[in-house]
Design a protein around this ligand. Sequence first.
Ligand code: M6R
Length: 606
Amino acid sequence: MCGIVGYIGNRDCTDVLLDTLSKLEYRGYDSAGIAVFEKGSIKVKKSKGKLVNLVKKMDVEGRPSGHCGIGHTRWATHGEPSDINSHPHGNRRISIVHNGIIENYKELKELLKKEGYAFESETDTEVLAKLIDYYYNGDPVDTLINTLAHIDGSYGVGIVFRDFPDHIYAMRKDSPLILGTGENENFIASDIASILKYTRDYYLIEHGEICDITQNEIKVFDTHKNIIEKELHTATWDVDAAEKGGYEHFMLKEIHEQPSAVKLTLSPRIKNSLPDLSESGLTAEKLGSYENIYIIACGTAMHAAMVGKYVIEKLARVSVTVDIASEFRYRDPLINPTDLFIAISQSGETADTKAALHLAKDRGADTLAIVNVVGSSIAREADMVLYTNAGPEISVASTKAYSVQLAAMYLLAVELANVKKRITSEECAKLTENLLELPSLIEKCLETKEMCQLTASKLVNANSLLYIGRGLDYALSMEGSLKLKEISYIHSESYAAGELKHGTISLITDNMPVVAVATQRALIEKTVSNIEEVKARGAMVVLVCGESLEIEDKIVDYVIRLPETNEMFMPSLAAIPLQLIAYYTSVLKGNDVDQPRNLAKSVTVE
Ligand code: M6R
């Protein structure tokens, strides 16, 4: 999704904008641009493609030199990726960068055309820029207040006015934007990780707020032009967290960070052998009162929810419904005030998940956000929040975020089972002990690296793959399949192993490799039968299983063996080789592992 930065201070603005934009590349983008004040005028440079194209263009055309400006990476929504559609947009008086969608841009465009405005791009952003220009009355804050009253949709916007060369203005609704503050310098940015090198201190902007930023002052107004006092936040993330730290890709680094990320999510929430989620607002009394649980999320986070459903239902005997966020909101769900609604999201900004959360709140349910990014919209809007302490996840393909989401699901399941007295205190203690052992077991799973590399070399030429499993292994195989397809571009599907013979087995040939996951003792025999069925039809079979499983060599081609623990927590271990297989397959194909085509890290539009 689009990334926004802005800088005012003593450094060279173009350098800072390019550096901070490079930290937002992970969000996914197809063009980039900057607007910098140079000798009293706004110099705009923009280019289709990656930042390197913008730099090359500036090498030829000249690099703006100044101390105040805004920058943008664009992920195309309205209009193809092109120089013209790239941000910033505006005219000689004003320049803006925008993340989000102006829903009523067509009507506004017609209105502005009647007022004599001409448009060169296909974007909703150019309409917003010209609308601001239309309302411009010499006072930027008044102008922005007037403009806000006429736009529908979502926006995070950075604005510069030619008449105010020492100011950046910003406003937001439903799209992420923060204000960073340093010594003699200030910033706007889509996320704190992009400016960590310069400052850790930041303010959150609420919906409808308008910000006026100078080198040494930040003023925030509401829509009645009242000044709002803001609370200063300090990021705890390490500067190195947003760097590759010697790894070839962020994805590989993040795969290796899983033991510590899982530890940081679990350890502070296990006290005296009991899970303790009270810091999130989830008291035992509340937990005991819920009749049903809804878990809503997208993509990888939804797959973590699927694992959560199995574990919560098994341990706590509470019914759990998992929904894809984009489906939930349109199916008029039967959610009640006695239900607990959980939104899982790494970024905390996913538009569909956010909309589902709003719906659940409207229906009166208690809402819990399981979110990684501190201060993100979903975290702020839910009644309760459980932060998954994974640090910034830069690679588009989620890995450590998935692992910490699983950890959060387990904590919730054990706590719920304990509160509802479905387990004894001894069982609870044993489960929490198993949880605390997970980080070191995940570490051991990283040792499957070479086997995963070999497996990837056998899968890399396939056109299509199946991932199969039963129960929790099926839930996990959904994530394995997504990981492979999103970064290797090889089609794959996950299938409940028992469902194969109801249609899909007709696809099996020696050209359709199958990755089978078999970690659940009660289901292993059945899964092994399904493996035999696909093997008999020529499929190459890769099996991911526990170290104690005895299996005849002839029915599998490659076996990846894992340490064993309580089988409810095995998805945390089996996820590691599945991530590594996807990673090495993508590397072998020469793909852009961290920024796969067409994808954005944080999907802030519907
Ligand atoms: O930020 P979120 O967790 O809400 O993102 C949801 C999905 O877009 C995300 O999990 C996506 O599927 C992964 N990046 C895929 O690896």
